[in-house]
Design a protein around this ligand. Structure first.
Ligand code: UTP
Length: 230
């Protein structure tokens, strides 16, 4: 099965992005005839709004995470269809087992303490998958912040070690976000799961599925065929 981690802000920014959701559903409808998918959806602005309100009310971190999880599940519901398992899977085991009977499984978060990126990696680990496709609005890792520097260069391949280093450096450096958290990188590293970071465009996702050249960053082990640093 192909594991896709779909950034919540693509699905729900200020408004719910219905146009995009319709396109994504079309993709799932079409491609699930040939492939099987686990889609893990993030919380986007909905999660952020609730978490910020909860923070102001001094709710504890666990409760804030629980609210975040509910937001991810709300977003995930928008991708349920007649092509999928008819409910949002609530944990990795449920998703894994449902994957035996359905070609598309949609889920959000599972429990407090991590993000949906980590869920997508754990699911890949459980299911023995070698790759997670991560769709974000940034669309890859750049050498500089692409929103500020027009000449920022996309880094096409990066080792787990370098991604971890970059994560630590950039954590200190607001605005230069690496679209991944450390826990996810660690899970990817221990099970040698490649993280393919692409933008939100369905066309790019299709290219990945069809084995065509796509625009994005691959995070993986340093000593394999990708070494040539395209
Ligand atoms: P996201 O996975 O969307 O978090 O889950 P994020 O990485 O902060 O968001 P983006 O990718 O930048 O848009 C939203 C929130 O839900 C909680 C966390 O609080 C997370 O920040 N969450 C999510 C959990 O606690 N556990 C989960 O398994 C998933």
């Amino acid at each position: 099965m192909t594991v896709i981690s779909l950034g919540g802000s693509i699905v729900a920014g200020e408004e719910i992005n219905l146009e995009y959701i319709l396109k994504f559903r079309e993709f799932l409808q079409k491609y699930s005839k040939r492939y099987k998918f686990y889609v893990v959806v993030g919380g986007g602005k909905t999660a952020r709004k609730y978490i910020m309100a909860g923070q102001k009310l001094k709710l504890n971190q666990y409760i804030l995470d629980d609210m975040g999880i509910l937001a991810t599940r709300l977003n995930a519901y928008l991708l349920i269809g007649d092509y999928s398992y008819p409910k949002v899977a609530e944990n990795i085991e449920e998703a894994f087992v449902a994957g035996k009977n359905y070609n598309v499984i949609v889920m959000g978060g599972t429990e407090p303490g991590h993000t949906t990126d980590a869920v997508s990696l754990l699911l890949a680990e459980r299911a023995g998958e070698r790759r997670v496709i991560n769709m974000t609005s940034v669309g890859g890792i750049y050498d500089r912040d692409p929103k500020v520097h027009r000449d920022a260069k996309l880094i096409e391949y990066m080792s787990y070690e370098d991604a971890e280093k970059l994560f630590m450096e950039r954590k200190m450096n607001a605005g230069l976000n690496i679209p991944f958290d450390l826990l996810s990188l660690k899970i990817a590293e221990r099970s040698r799961i490649e993280i393919v970071i692409i933008g939100s465009e369905i066309r790019e996702l299709e290219k990945v599925m069809n084995g065509e050249k796509y625009q994005g960053t691959v995070i993986g082990k340093s000593h394999d065929g990708h070494k040539e640093e395209k």
